[in-house]
Design a protein around this ligand. Structure first.
Ligand code: HAM
Length: 431
């Protein structure tokens, strides 16, 4: 058997491939990225990029030592049989904050909005919508704690999703407070769970000492049952005055702007850097456990990485999961058309002339040519498969007269056009 791609990865395929689904179609990824670009850049976000691998220490300190990502899902980078302490990035935010600090972005006007898209890597148990290499669109804002920034970030996310045609989506919004609120909540959870230690999964026993809030995010059914039985109080009840006022203001803006959301008093994100506003975007067709997008505020992260303090907030969605949701909602991508002009020689000696005419036509149109001669009937069939708008035939008469015999594939209109007038003719027919 030929070599296969690694488990948990996908090829992005050309349109028309057998076994094509929306989440493996290269053009669909492009469509999502273009839509996100349009919405985010309209709001002033600048496109950036960071390396696909980073210091393991960055991810450990950024994402957090008690998270599944750091404990179980890191891809270590080996080279020359050694590893220099690098890992493939499991998410974008820690690397972007590093780039902020290293690049001196503090001098740029705040709030500074940036976005990136690219592959992320997590060695997860592979299942539908859960890959080892997946792709995120990531939006981050630096330099402001204003609740306006939080509300705008959520509004932009909703706008991207709407422009993509998604219907059954819900923003679940909560707050995980300031560090002291979290400490109080963790103390409460520790007291609550400790008498039931023997019923917790091994992972959650470990979470109880490191970061009890993580227990609420457990994938173990036994843990979830215990959580339900104990009637755990939500994080929102533990918010301090400042965090509560901030959260109320975020909600006020969203309501005022007509951005729909559901309050989720017990939101727990899968990464440790969050504080205050946190949210996820869910879709009925993809399953309650799989968020399409996660985001929140992370004001302490820069300091945690050893840098100067700078407040930050952002979100990232997984393009594959978004495409699964679009498929579930029956969203159709705009059909990409074939070449505007498809040139075919009627005899072998005119193939180079058809090629040359196509190359020149690329100055003003999307033009392709056939690499071998064909009879008109085959040329029309071939042009139809390629969804060409115009097919242009070049035989010995056309070659002698410097013309192309054009036929419109949809209307059947026919016209002999001198090569020198092709540009004007195609432009006119486009209007
Ligand atoms: P996250 O919730 O870990 O947050 O991931 C964001 C999104 O990436 C998820 O909602 C999901 O759509 C997608 N995703 C995550 N893991 C996988 C996977 N194994 N397979 C397919 N898709 C996946 C973050 O990554 C944060 N950096 C978001 C953020 C940005 N917070 C602030 N700024």
């Amino acid at each position: 058997m030929a070599i296969q791609r690694p488990k948990g990865t996908q090829d992005h395929l050309p349109s028309g491939s057998p076994k094509l689904s929306l989440d493996t179609r290269a053009a669909a990824f492009e469509y999502v990225r273009d839509t996100a670009r349009r919405v985010l850049e309209r709001a002033g976000a600048q496109r950036i990029d960071t390396p696909l691998f980073e210091e393991a220490e960055l991810v450990k300190r950024g994402v957090g030592g008690s998270t599944d990502i750091v404990r179980k899902e890191m891809f270590t980078v080996y080279y020359f049989g050694d590893h220099g302490g690098y890992v493939l990035r499991p998410e974008g935010t820690a690397g972007i904050v590093r780039a902020y600090l290293q690049g001196g972005w503090k001098q740029l006007p705040a709030p500074l909005k940036v976005w990136l898209h690219g592959p992320m890597f997590r060695a997860e148990n592979v299942q539908k919508g859960r890959l080892r290499q997946f792709h995120q669109v990531d939006y981050e804002v630096f330099g402001s704690t204003d609740p306006l920034v939080d509300a705008e970030a959520i509004a932009l996310l909703v706008e991207v999703v709407r422009e993509l045609g998604l219907k059954q989506v819900k923003v679940k919004l909560g707050s995980i407070g300031d560090p002291e609120d979290r400490e109080a909540y963790n103390a409460y959870l520790r007291d609550l769970f400790t008498p039931h230690l023997e019923r917790l999964s091994d992972d959650s026993k470990d979470r109880l000492t490191r970061n009890p809030m993580r227990i609420l995010d457990s994938k173990s059914e036994g843990d979830q049952q215990l959580i339900a039985e104990l009637g755990v109080r939500p994080m929102l009840e533990f918010l301090g005055e400042d965090a509560a006022a901030h959260f109320a203001q975020v909600q006020r803006y969203l309501t005022d702007w007509g951005v729909p959301y559901d309050l989720d008093p017990s939101i727990v994100r899968g990464l440790d850097y969050y504080r205050r506003t946190a949210w996820e975007l869910h879709h009925e067709g993809v399953g309650a456990k799989s968020a399409l997008c996660g985001g929140g505020r992370y004001d302490g992260l820069a300091e945690q990485l050893g840098g100067q303090a700078v407040p930050g907030i952002g979100w990232a969605f997984g393009i594959e999961r978004l495409l699964l949701a679009m498929e579930a909602d029956g969203v159709e991508l705009p059909v990409s058309s074939g070449p505007q002009l498809y040139l075919v020689a009627l005899d072998e000696e005119n193939v180079p002339l058809a090629a040359k005419t196509a190359l020149e036509a690329r100055a003003y149109a999307r033009a392709e040519f056939a690499y071998r001669a064909m009879k008109p009937g085959s040329a029309f069939k071939d042009a139809e498969r390629r969804r060409a708008v115009w097919v242009g035939l070049i035989g010995s008469d056309e070659a002698a007269q410097g013309t192309v015999s054009l036929k419109h594939m949809e209307t059947g209109e026919q016209k002999v056009v001198p090569v020198g007038e092709l540009a004007a003719f195609l432009q006119k027919s486009d209007d």
